[in-house]
Design a protein around this ligand. Sequence first.
Ligand code: A5P
Length: 241
Amino acid sequence: MRTIKRKVQMSDQNNTAALKKEAALQALEFVKDGMLLGLGTGSTATFFVEALAQKVKEGLKVEGVPTSESTRALASHLGIKIVDLPSDRPLDLTVDGADEVELGTLNLIKGLGGALLHEKIVASASTKMIVVVDESKLVDRLGTKAPLPVEIVQFGFQRTSEYLKRLGAEPVLRLEKSGKPFITDSGNYITDCRFAKIENPAKLADDLANVVGVVESGLFVGIASLVIAAKSDGVSQIERP
Ligand code: A5P
């Protein structure tokens, strides 16, 4: 683990937004001219997209594949060239946030922002994935703070939830403030699943993938290459072992 002691401004200490921004700005240092980038979703990824757009205005040439319609709208509004996910070459780098980062493995829980499916497709198609987080996202074991979001098809969702319970989950269908189910960019539902313990994320990811009706889970196993974690006393860069 490399720790870079660049203090977040005193007035911003303990300010989560300032920490997220600091992590995002460090990720920008990995971006090189000509890169094809995966653009993440969420408040931390938004800081990255905004800073990237500034560099583009200053002459940086990059192309971006967004992981959600909201990121597509933001990036394109800010002048970043948007392209489709190519079939014949990997993306050079994806930068995205996370809901939990397991220290020691860099396995992740993602999807509280609802974009886990596209995020996983884009990250999996990338040579490198950098995850940008504030210190509150670091955990010793996945599932400690965040539920695990699981994207499921609308048809038969109650039945799918019953299958998830057999894997030890307590699934809760995600709702909008209006009370209607949240719909993902691919037209599916999300069920947020609490587990007593996630001891083996790789096995759980496989088990979930085998449940009929499940599209994808927010478990990212062996995908993140580097985590940039901003804490009030400095920023750590943690490489996957
Ligand atoms: C989006 O679906 C999520 O995976 C986000 O990356 C995650 O929720 C992190 O969001 P924040 O950066 O807003 O905390």
